[in-house]
Design a protein around this ligand. Sequence first.
Ligand code: ZN
Length: 168
Amino acid sequence: MNSTDPTDAIDALLSAHGLRRTAAARRVLGWLLAHPETSYTHAQLQTALNGDGALALDRVTLYRLIDRLTQVSLLLCRVDASRVRRYQAMPAGVHAMPHFECQTCHRDSPLAGALQASGHDLDRAVQSALAALQALGYQGLSMDFAVRGVCADCSAGPVPAPGLQASA
Ligand SMILES: [Zn+2]
């Protein structure tokens, strides 16, 4: 079997995280891995998957799958400024994508750009910590690295009422 077949890679990921290799799981994870730069709401993902010509996935199956994939950190879940959950494939080789949760505008943004070289150091530190745990027999590891506070936009401008967006 060709080891570069994307289905093999997806099956390997599913198995490694204790998930069943169902057609639906392959399709959802496969789609998100094929669109790594895009984050989707539940509804957007359902529309995208049902537009690709294959059999329609029912909503309950899709929601359960997304939950399971997120629990095992194959997907990143972020809440946008409208408090809607958005899902994105976890970038390959990244075990803890640092992100910032603003307590004022509730935006959740990646920190890789802001951290620059420190972000790389963090990722290395996380990988060595996870490797140490793996050596002790821990499995299916992932780490969530969230920094919480007030973002630069909010701290510079007038403080909006909680729950409102910072800017139009
Ligand atoms: Zn903010």
